[in-house]
Design a protein around this ligand. Sequence first.
Ligand code: FES
Length: 371
Amino acid sequence: MQSQVASSRHGLMRRLGRALTTPFDPEDYLALFDARHSAREIRARVMRVRRETDRAVTLELAPNRLWKPHRAGQYVMLGVDIDGARRQRCFSLSSAPHDPVLTVTVKANGGGGVSDHLVHRCRAGDLLTLSPAAGDFVLPDPAPERILLLSAGSGVTPVHSIVKSWLSSGQTGRLVWRHFERNYSSLLLGESLRELALDGRLDFRLVLSAEAPRDGDLAGRLDEHWLTGNGLTESGLTERAGSGRQQAVFACGPQGFLDTVIDWHGRHGAGPLFHERFQTTPAGGGEGGRMRFAHSGGEAPAEPGQSLLEAAEAAGLSPRHGCRMGICHTCKCRVARGRVRDLQNGESREVVDQEIRLCVHGADGDVELDL
Ligand code: FES
């Protein structure tokens, strides 16, 4: 009864608020005092910009109350207004769920888009939008006691979150983490990595391919020879099922790196393999073709190897998109008919009345799109 009274009072206050603020929503007035305020979207204030390298920063974010804690290893789609237009892109969260500050670590890709803006122009006080955290590159529950983690380049960010989360959860097992970089100056989160490595449950080694290693770091480049030659197989970390010593393997890096890990795990792994790719490496160019736009009525060429998203943008259209790497599915669009090529695995197929992700498909002939 009491709760019914409370809820009808709450409804009355809401209606009164609307009546007084029409034609605007009460939320619009609250946003005048705190721009993060919104009943509809997750917004975050950039509290601090920490420089990682000359091409990367870590952003400390204070999100509004719509933010729900993430799971270690997940990503968000960050939105930022650039020259009056909202642009979005996915980034892994580098903080662990229990950390007092939410962080993303962003490396500029030189393409002039969201990552370049965040690295070179973002300042404390700026406002960003966030999607809810997503992705299944996360620790299973219960977390494995023994994990081998392999990362390269920007792949360090979700793995950093996973390792922090595992170490803080009171686990008594063992983590072995090998992170591959070209040189010291390109390493992200270096200070935090050094602190984490002080924990006796973590065996962390940096592996460098283009600079002489120092202080216990290693030299090399990830391939099967390196993996077996550096004790990862012999250490018992990858013993066959039935030995009671299975371990999980987590890998995050570019496609070629992951292909090597997947191949190696297929031969030596016993436990589950979790992997996440952080950039699209086109596998096959496709022939290109002509795109016909069912809604706008126009036509435009799609070059060999060009994604349909890029080709549509080059033709002056603005299809909805997010990550541009096949993860978020924001760019899904119906193809009435046509031949498309999956740029991630090189597979070409005829499509009739089906939705595809524009950012990871190219034309392999003529294509009619619902744009
Ligand atoms: S933009 Fe995210 S899947 Fe295409």
